[in-house]
Design a binder for this molecule. Structure first.
Ligand code: NAD
Length: 492
């Protein structure tokens, strides 16, 4: 396979120093291919192209219907290539093909949603004290946007960033994760086919530091949109202070699911599992802390143990796979470290807790793992593991459930399951999280805002909030009957 290349100034080009980085299949750690490896100078070259494309146009002042047409065309091209995009994400990330196929369809839908939004009204007109004055606000693109994404949803995170950024008229530079570069190459081939002007949408491959760090620090970048870990988010905020660029951060989580005893037992079981084991638990909003109303635990736990042991863990592309491998050996080690700390902290291991000794030993597989009776101060309860590890606690009252659920530095997501509608509303409003579900979990909608409270970040993606995050608000005030103010007596 030819090396994957950066897309800069409307051309596929290698990084200047000619360095490359391998990317692998996490199911067996075999090499899939290599991607060009950018450094800070490559990042600055892309910024210079984006700066020119923004300052000299035409993308920022391309009429909204024309911007929309390009995005609609790209959405159609994504649909036409969905199978290959999904295959690449499944092989390179490890996720089951059905999840990668869902991501590809959702990515196309995201471009379509923002194509539509580009042509909708975004301004306002204000009534002010003087009838001869009209005051309005319009939304304008921010400028050059650096977009840094993680490896867990390689294609979908690219769509979440590029679609609103481009729809609003910004010039965007995407930096995919260095471990999952594959689908982005095809995405940018499709962007090239869709006919965006050079410099409107660009991509550079490379390590977080220096390639993405250079974007975060660059004087030529007006906004950084980041999705990734909380520690990296802190570094990006610091790097962004130089020119006070706009920053939005979508970070980690430790999201609670509160399960009340009136929930249908099969629904409770499936959602508890779906909450943590979808995407191998490498999901920012994973329902990694489950709180059971005490009366239901005795029936629930043996059923959960049996069902977890039946989860089909295998290669993403194999028929019937329900959970894939973790992303890298190093990440598997980190997750296994958490599991060991769980065993040592006094929690009880209900199921899982290790690796496989069959063919899966060559890959990065970890068994679906559940701890019960977890001490509230244990590392496995407090820190984001980002793997298939669930911790379970119980509660007696609504107050206790809410107190335990909110006892975290994170605030990305939360879920409540109950047949009592009033209780569901009461409880969900008390949970400190930006994305919440009642009697469902995990599903995201391009139309609805996404983002966290507390250390899960700030700013919102998706929906109209996501579009607004790529705009500046300009006030325009017009005098309909201009005349002398009479302020300076020396004039006439
Ligand atoms: P990460 O923070 O290590 O990397 C994310 C991206 O940041 C990568 O592209 C990486 O190259 C880049 N990066 C690394 N160091 C950098 C630096 N110093 N400056 C600028 N960029 C840098 O995260 P990851 O391991 O790829 O992904 C896992 C994390 O992402 C988890 O914590 C997860 O919760 C979070 N996440 C959050 C959301 C959300 O919507 N809130 C979605 C997906 C993932």
């Amino acid at each position: 396979m030819k090396p994957l290349l950066n897309y800069v100034g409307g051309k596929f080009i290698p990084a200047r120093e000619g360095r490359t980085r391998e990317f692998v299949n996490p199911a067996d750690n075999s090499v899939i291919g290599v991607a060009t490896e950018s450094d800070g100078a490559d990042a600055e070259a892309a910024v210079a192209e984006a700066r020119r494309a923004f300052d000299e146009g035409p993308w920022p002042w391309t009429p909204a219907p024309e911007r929309a047409a390009k995005l609609f065309k790209l959405a159609d091209l994504i649909d036409a290539n969905a199978e290959e995009l999904a295959r690449r994400d499944s092989l390179n990330n490890g996720k089951p093909l059905r999840e990668a196929a869902f991501d590809a369809a959702d990515a196309a839908a995201c471009f379509r949603y923002y194509a539509g939004l580009a042509t909708k009204p975004h301004g306002e007109t204000y009534e002010v004290g003087d009838p001869n004055i009209v005051s309005q606000s319009v939304r304008e693109p921010i400028g050059v946007c650096g977009q840094i994404i993680p490896w867990n949803y390689p294609l979908l995170m690219a769509a979440w960033k590029l679609a609103p950024g481009l729809a609003a008229g910004n010039c965007c530079i995407l930096k995919p994760s260095e471990v999952t570069p594959w689908s982005a190459q095809l995405l940018f081939e499709l962007i090239d086919q869709a006919g965006f002007p050079p410099g409107a949408a660009q991509m550079i491959y490379g390590a977080g530091d220096p390639a993405a760090a250079a974007l975060a620090a660059s004087e030529g970048v007006d906004k950084i949109a980041f999705t990734g870990g909380t520690a990296t988010g802190r570094k990006i905020m610091q790097a962004a202070t130089g020119n006070l660029k706009r920053v939005t951060l979508e970070l980690g989580g430790k999201s609670p699911i509160l399960m009340f005893a009136d929930t249908d037992p099969d629904v409770a079981l499936e959602y508890a599992m779906f909450g943590i084991f979808a995407g191998q638990g490498e999901v920012c909003n994973a329902g990694s802390r489950l709180f059971l109303e005490r009366g239901m635990a005795d029936d629930f736990l043996p059923r959960l143990k049996a069902a977890c042991e039946k989860i089909v863990v295998g290669r993403g592309l194999d028929e019937g796979t329900e959970m894939g491998p973790l992303i890298t050996r190093a990440h598997r080690q980190k997750v296994l470290g958490y599991i060991e700390s769980g065993k040592e902290c006094g929690a009880e291991l209900l199921t899982g807790g290790g690796v496989y000794d069959d063919w899966r030993a060559a890959g990065n597989f970890v068994k679906p793992t559940v701890f019960v009776k977890t001490p509230a101060d244990a590392k496995i309860v407090r820190e984001e593991i980002f793997g298939p590890v669930l911790v379970i606690d119980t509660f007696e009252t609504e107050d206790e459930a809410v107190r335990k659920a909110n006892d975290t530095v994170f605030g990305l997501a939360a879920g409540v399951f109950t047949k009592d509608g009033a209780r569901a509303q009461r409880v969900i409003r008390r949970l400190r999280a930006g994305v919440t579900w009642i009697n469902t979990f995990h599903f995201t909608f391009n139309e609805a805002p996404w983002g966290g409270y507390k250390q899960s970040g700030f700013g919102r993606e998706l929906g109209t909030h996501g579009y607004d995050g790529y705009t500046e608000v300009k006030q325009i005030t017009t005098h309909l009957a201009p005349g002398r103010l009479g302020w300076f007596k020396g004039i006439g």
